[in-house]
Design a protein around this ligand. Structure first.
Ligand code: NAD
Length: 317
């Protein structure tokens, strides 16, 4: 029998594409999209959609009961850069939405939970190269603190109450359908848009800042793979390291320039530089590859080709 799924925060960068893919797999009527607003009209018009505040336990519960939901993907969050501007709001949304969904699973209303963590759980004292699964985690952003604490609670609810919660520490996600929602890796999306629109980009990180990244297709594949894996193969119930590619602003610039020789870049670091400097530059994801056979497909150049093709179509059509 197909799952009945609720996606909370479905209109965001990842939720938009996750909803589409899950609807392809499980059938449109079995995937309810929800968000605090209706800014993605194609999602609202392409299947069941409800307005839902992730901070409202009763509203989530009512929605799960009335739609017979068994699986929740919790994608609503305040991201790293926005979280630094609104620390208390980030704490409130990121923590309470997670508790609501974990408590619904604990109480038996739903059976399975997906909740994304982030490379933001790491901090300046973490080894930066090939960061291990188990290592020092002393995040210095509010966002990172919420993800680190969230991971502890996920593991706690699994060990103590048997909740089937699964999680990935996403790196920076690059995509062309929805714009990113206020993270430190947003530059790696903006740069493609500006290349097509203006032929020039001013980057808010310095040219040699290397960060772990991933093309959206790989992120969606990982999300679905971990959720479809047998429960016994999910050995880590806090959150899995996940890796695909690492690159610097200079390297992504060069990759774009190989398709667009006139493209130019300038560098003007802002407050996001300090956040980026506190994160790893590459990630060891051996556990995800071993436990549930994670494999990525896109490297920097195949991703650049895909991004430029899609954005040329978007802006020129
Ligand atoms: P996003 O900011 O693009 O989308 C978040 C969505 O949540 C938005 O549509 C927003 O309207 C919605 N939302 C905000 N407040 C809400 C509320 N109170 N109730 C319901 N919905 C609300 O974020 P994203 O990039 O799609 O990220 C999804 C998840 O993945 C988040 O947990 C994020 O921390 C994690 N993540 C993302 C990245 C990335 O690069 N995009 C990297 C690491 C982790």
């Amino acid at each position: 029998m197909s799952s009945k799924i609720l996606i909370i925060g479905a209109c965001g960068q990842i939720g938009t594409e996750l909803t589409t893919k899950l609807r392809e797999i499980h059938g449109v009527d079995n995937v309810v999209a929800s968000d605090i607003n209706t800014r993605k009209l194609e999602l609202v018009n392409s299947g069941p959609f409800v307005i839902l505040d992730a901070k409202n336990f009763n509203a989530i519960k009512d929605c799960c009961v009335s739609h017979n939901i068994d699986t929740v993907y919790l994608m609503a969050a305040l991201l790293s850069a926005t979280g630094e501007k609104y620390p208390m709001e980030a704490w409130d949304l990121n923590m309470n939405s997670l508790f609501h969904v974990l408590n619904l699973a604990k109480g038996g209303t739903i059976k399975k939970v997906y909740w994304p963590s982030s490379i933001a759980v790491f901090g300046p004292t973490t080894p930066r190269e090939n960061t291990p699964q188990y290592t020092i985690c002393e995040p210095t952003t509010v966002y990172g603190i919420t993800k680190q604490v969230g991971e502890r609670w996920c593991e706690y609810y699994h060990n103590k109450y048997g909740v089937d919660v699964r999680s990935i520490r996403y790196p920076g996600i690059i995509s062309h359908k929805a714009m990113p929602g206020g993270g430190t890796t947003d530059y790696a999306v903006e740069i493609y848009h500006e290349a097509i629109k203006k032929g020039a980009y001013t980057c808010f990180l310095s040219k040699n800042t290397s960060l772990p990244m991933m093309f959206m297709d790989d992120a969606i594949k990982a999300t679905i793979d971990i959720m479809e894996a047998p429960a016994e193969s999910i050995k880590i119930r806090s959150s899995y390291n996940l890796s695909a590619i690492s690159f610097t602003p200079k390297e992504i610039y060069e990759s774009i320039k190989s398709h667009m020789p006139d493209f130019t870049i300038a560098y003007q670091s802002d407050f996001r530089q300090a956040i980026a400097d506190s994160w790893p530059s590459s990630i060891d994801d051996t556990a995800a590859r071993k436990d549930w056979n994670w494999q990525h497909s896109f490297n920097l150049d195949t991703m650049t080709a895909e991004m430029l093709k899609a954005l040329r179509k978007k802006y020129n059509d």
